[in-house]
Design a protein around this ligand. Structure first.
Ligand code: ZN
Length: 438
């Protein structure tokens, strides 16, 4: 039987050593982040970026699992979101670290590689894939949300390795797709069997702990019109599908108001100014300027509170649209069709995780010298999969980002450095540390 090593203590000297190690590797960390930002990784086109991550994890000596998501394997699992796109090129990557002598608690570090579209390029003052640095901010789509956090996970392990150390428990470093639209990438990691005693997701929330998040849901409404020559549009003949859609969109504002009025029933959202956003994200319709439009389709993103039922929310939306349509002479005989594709997410709150929170709060204090602040967000993260479907508390906490999903998205590099320091201390405290060589 091997003599068991005592875990190394995280005393003042060790802390200072780890923080210095982050500083010593920070130039390399920024260079690697820039290389990742320069690889576009929109939905369905994340494969190259995942190869980049897999190579980096392999080079670090982690055991790498790089697999294509199998829709049929996850379709019936709780938390699955319906999709209409192909997953033929949807790859997940997990790097596994195993300790020599486990003495601490295991940890999942999870980040998403997918990024949202950039929109009209001429609206950017910087190249969205240029990773240009100005005044301490790195610009680029996904620089903040959330390639900086993902690379910080790799860099935190590097910082340990640079001083001859490694986590004294299993660490699973996950780079997942589909976070911005379904969460099916994180779900596929659960299906594949990855479990740990806690998860940490470095979304760019400005060094605040995320206490709760809403559950977004996407739906599409198809409105059919009655096409005629435009010359007859002023008469009672014909029905303009685009105008009918605009009518429904206006009515849906009332449902949004009602859902926000219920925030008082939700302890983490009662003081939030506007937790539920009905976002008209996309609209298409019509074929020809001189024809009354025969069709219009719009996509909306709504959200529910933690603990609320998606099924009830869907029924409420469909009934609301049915009642709105019934009030219109044409739509009452041509009912709009509601379908679901993309987010079908429950809300989530972090609870019953005091010890985990204590570790985060003490690391936050070590780095910033201030008490840890928390917030509830009107957005969603993959934390729900760990918390709701794997009984694993998930911390969401990360660096400072400007304009996520907007023009000139940028991440503050000093905040990335501080976050990486926090993460090294967190890993050392949660997982324990041991020397690499016996
Ligand atoms: Zn994100």
């Amino acid at each position: 039987m091997n003599k068991r090593e005592l875990p190394l203590a995280l005393d003042e000297r060790m802390r200072a050593r780890l923080l210095d190690s982050v500083d010593n590797g920070f130039t390399q960390q920024v260079e690697e982040l820039a290389r990742l930002v320069r690889i576009p990784s929109q939905r369905g086109a994340e494969a190259d970026a995942q190869v980049f991550i897999a190579k980096h994890l392999t080079a670090r000596g982690l055991t790498v699992d790089h697999w294509k998501i199998d829709l049929d394997a996850i379709r019936s699992l709780p938390g699955f979101s319906p999709v209409t796109i192909s997953y033929d090129d949807a790859w997940n990557v997990v790097g596994v670290h195993r300790p020599r002598n486990k003495s601490g608690r295991s940890l999942i570090l999870n980040g998403h590689i997918d990024i949202v579209p950039v929109g009209p390029l001429e609206q950017w003052t910087k190249d969205p894939y240029g990773a240009e640095i100005e005044d301490g901010w790195m610009y680029g789509r996904g620089a903040g949300d959330m390639k900086a956090g993902l690379m910080a996970c790799i860099s935190a392990l590097d910082a340990l390795r640079r001083v001859g150390l490694q986590p004294a428990a299993e660490v699973y470093l996950q780079s997942v797709v589909e976070e911005e639209c379904t969460g099916n990438g994180a779900l596929a990691c659960l299906q594949r069997g990855y479990r740990a005693e806690a998860a940490f997701i470095p979304e760019p929330f400005g060094h605040r702990l995320m206490r709760a998040q809403v559950g977004p849901m996407w739906f599409k409404v198809l409105v059919l019109g009655d096409p005629q020559h435009a010359s007859g549009a002023f008469s009672s003949q014909g029905a303009n599908a685009i105008e009918k859609a605009i009518y429904l969109i206006g009515e849906l504002k009332e449902l949004e108001r009602r859902w926000n009025a219920r925030k008082d029933q939700h302890r983490h959202f009662c003081s939030h100014p506007h937790p539920i956003n009905f976002n008209l994200g996309k609209i298409v319709g019509g074929d020809w300027p001189s024809s009354v439009p025969a069709w219009c389709e719009f996509d909306m993103r709504v959200a529910i509170y933690p603990g609320d039922s998606l099924e009830v929310a869907r029924a409420e939306i469909e009934e609301f649209i049915r009642v709105s349509a019934a009030a219109d002479p044409f739509l009452s005989n041509h009912l709009p069709v509601v379908t679901y594709h993309g987010f079908m997410a429950e809300g989530y709150e972090l609870k019953d995780a005091q010890e985990l929170e204590n570790v985060l709060a003490s690391c936050h204090f070590d780095v910033f010298g201030t008490p840890l602040q928390e917030h509830a967000t009107a957005a969603a993260t993959d934390a729900r999969f760990f918390g709701l479907y794997a009984d694993t508390p998930a911390i969401v906490y990360g660096p400072q980002c400007r304009m996520p999903h907007g023009y000139d998205e940028a991440v503050e590099l000093e905040s990335v450095r501080q976050f990486t320091k926090l993460l090294v201390l967190f890993i050392a405290q949660w997982c324990g540390i041991e020397s690499i060589a016996p």
